[in-house]
Design a protein around this ligand. Structure first.
Ligand code: FUB
Length: 349
């Protein structure tokens, strides 16, 4: 039976539009129906298409996982990413892939490249901060923001212009330093945007989440910052994790304040197998903490430009520091209903 037959003969829900399948070749993805059920059998999570730069959100008892779609052919040695993807799951094992929710072409001022992104919910709206390449009026990478009434979209450009452009930051001469946005809403309701490559930047967001509220500042004392900042909070401590060196590990720093000073704490995740980048999201869900990342682990063609999302559990030490992530091929077991209160983090408010 071919892969296409597997899809069309699959378990049909949603008026025949939903199929149930497990592993299948990445090259077959153009035949997927709109909503697809996927049972994860371990790490990498998905094998039917390449997924990179995970972002995750917990909402109404489900995990929403957002990823860039790595579409580079096997003989192409750079990123080719034309769209972002969204998956949802009630248990971290049974996933639904929803229709493509957002593309760089949805931003009229952008000319491409669906690089790393982050999604957050505020007051019933979902804001998706994305890295794209700006058109020639403002050369370089830029950050846009899209908004939707549902975590699976449809998303639309919330501003009609970039939120961050290369000319707004001067921390480094490169024109790709304005990438990898991550967003955090503190307990007082204040929104913060963090981003960067080589230099780590942050700024306050206005209550509307689509405008900056004050100056752009830099974080200067975290060693070997490459990119992929991620901020979360747990038991009164702030955690800033980030891609460290290149090839990338994930390191982290801690602080008692969202504006620092940040104290470097060490490596959180080692080099991710077969990928020179490493990009993390951290959530708590149904009483457990999870570290979501990518590797180049799908065989035979996975690699730095054909990456795949993986999930493992994350554990805290009694003093609040983080245990180093143990990357596994088994992945996570189905998340059950809450038996104890979830650890307090930004993604499950
Ligand atoms: O996926 C393109 C870029 O690679 C991302 O923006 C970085 O975080 C790195 O993963």
């Amino acid at each position: 039976m071919t892969f296409l037959q597997k899809i069309t003969k699959g378990t049909c829900l949603l008026a025949g539009a939903v199929a149930l399948f497990a592993a299948a070749p990445a090259s077959a993805n153009t035949f997927l129906p709109a909503d697809t059920l996927i049972k994860a059998t371990g790490n990498p999570l998905f094998t039917h298409k390449y997924t990179a730069d995970p972002a995750a959100l917990v909402h109404d008892g489900k995990v929403y996982l957002y990823a860039g779609h790595d579409e580079a052919p096997n003989d192409f040695h750079f990123y080719r990413m034309h769209e972002w993807l969204v998956f949802s799951s009630p248990d971290m094992v049974n996933w639904t892939e929803h229709p493509v929710p957002l593309k760089p072409t949805d931003f009229k001022w952008a000319k491409g490249d669906a690089w790393a992104a982050e999604v957050i919910e505020k007051n019933g709206k979902f804001y998706w901060y994305v890295t794209v390449t700006h058109d020639d009026t403002k050369p370089g990478k830029a950050i846009g923001v899209a908004v939707a009434d549902s975590p699976i979209g449809p998303f639309k450009d919330a501003r009609g212009s970039a939120l961050i452009t290369n000319d707004m930051t001067t921390g480094t001469p490169i024109d790709w330093d304005d990438i990898d946005p991550t967003v955090f809403i503190d307990d007082d309701g204040q929104g913060w945007l963090f981003w960067g490559n080589t230099k780590a930047y942050y700024a306050k967001l206005k209550d509307n989440m689509v405008e900056l509220d004050g100056p752009i500042k830099t974080i200067d004392n975290i060693p070997n910052f490459t990119e992929a900042p991620y901020v979360h909070k747990y038991k009164g401590n702030y955690y800033l994790s980030y891609a460290y060196q290149f090839p990338e590990k994930i390191a982290y720093a801690m602080s008692k304040s969202i504006e620092g000073p940040w104290e470097y704490k060490g490596i959180l995740n080692e080099l991710a197998g077969n990928s020179n980048t490493n990009h993390q999201a951290i959530i708590d869900f149904k009483g457990k903490n999870y570290f979501i990342y990518h590797t180049g682990g799908v065989q035979p063609h996975g690699g730095s430009f054909r990456r795949s999302v993986a999930i493992d559990e994350l554990f805290y030490n009694p003093d609040g520091t983080l245990k180093r992530v143990v990357m596994t091929t088994e992945g996570v077991q189905p998340a059950k209903k809450n038996t104890k209160p979830a650890a307090k983090g930004k993604k499950n408010k």
